[in-house]
Design a protein around this ligand. Sequence first.
Ligand code: NIG
Ligand code: FE
Length: 430
Amino acid sequence: MIQAQPERLRLTGVGWLLTGDGPERGPVRDWHALGLRGPCELLLGRSPRPPAGVQAPWILAGIADPGGFSATPTQRTVDLGGLGLTPAWVDAHTHAVFAGDRAAEFNQRLAGRSYAEIAAEGGGILRTMQATRAASVHELVAAATPRLREMMDWGCRVVEIKTGYGLDGASEVRLLRAIGRLAQQFAGALQIIATAMPAHAVPPEFKADPDRYVSVVCEEILPAMAAEGVPCPFVDVFVEGGYFNVAQADRIADAGAALGMALKAHVDEFADIGGVRWAVARGATSVEHLLVSGPAAIAALAASDTVAVCLPLTSVFLREGYAPMRAMVDAGCRVAVATDCNPGSAMSTNLHLAMQLAVLGGHLTPQEAMRGVTRGGAAALGGDAGPLAWDGRLRIGGAFRATALAIDGPDRLFYELGAPPRARPLPHFG
Ligand code: NIG
Ligand code: FE
């Protein structure tokens, strides 16, 4: 009997390769410790059984010096013409689907008003909520599409998108539907993971009774989102004074868990109200922002698997301090770096710039920032056991997800501050 040959693809002309191997936690200062090697070629194989919904039909079957696979039978050869490869960059925290903009608020902040003052007067998240409630799924998709294209230009290949500008059942479901359509539209180029965040703010109709809104989130909105047919593997909650306290967040985490949603939480963005301790005790996949996190929070994270998602663009955009990224890495926390792309606190799609700021402002090494958008970002989305079924490395036998770069080595990604996009599309292998 003739056995069908498994489909094989040879990728030649790889200028340099960073596999992302090496320690997952702790300081790293050397690209070789992250698996850097020079010119090479790769052998890819069709994944025999890609996990359901996973857009990574290829696995990395081998790495060799140039010419090393010339005698290996393959169906196709693709020449990368000298591009470098790293594991796919993951933007693990965005609010990229919304309507309208908040340029006027930005100008108010430049004139001296604070984010909190503007929010207290009905601006902030609630202003975007009004525009988003008035938008159709089609309009939301049309508004988000150029943002996601820009993200790809900057090198992002996997993006998490939170709902949270609808703040009622119908609008949150519409946001999730828009995310689902974008996932189809970008299939094969950009993988999209949805997070349910109806607990992003208390909408005006529940201002007098926030606990009642929490009940609506738990009993109506989250179940409606889970029933929508768009995969929504995470639930997120903004734990902050004026938004949700720990007791309310706990109810939301319970409701999400009952629907199979793993926990993420926005914590310590402006004030520490005990969010990190709570989220770690609940086994959260990630905690995000962390601008004001202190030594106790860092120690709790270091002793846990919860990923600290740091968002340096938000620090710059709000003129606030940086999350204590250096201390977190030194203490042994799992650290990710993401954009927070949203209209109020980080109007940017630029994950490359976020990495640069994590180095220049957050005092990470370039290697730690790169690890933050690859292994850290994948971990913040659940890693091997999560919806990506991927741990953010290019491993033999593992999924082949990569960012291709027209630059002669990884150091230049950091040295050339504010450089134009260096990422290039990988040929679509089919
Ligand atoms: O991640 N922290 C809460 N949410 C956003 C801000 C959203 C907005 O201002 O529209 C953030 O910073
Ligand atoms: Fe956020």
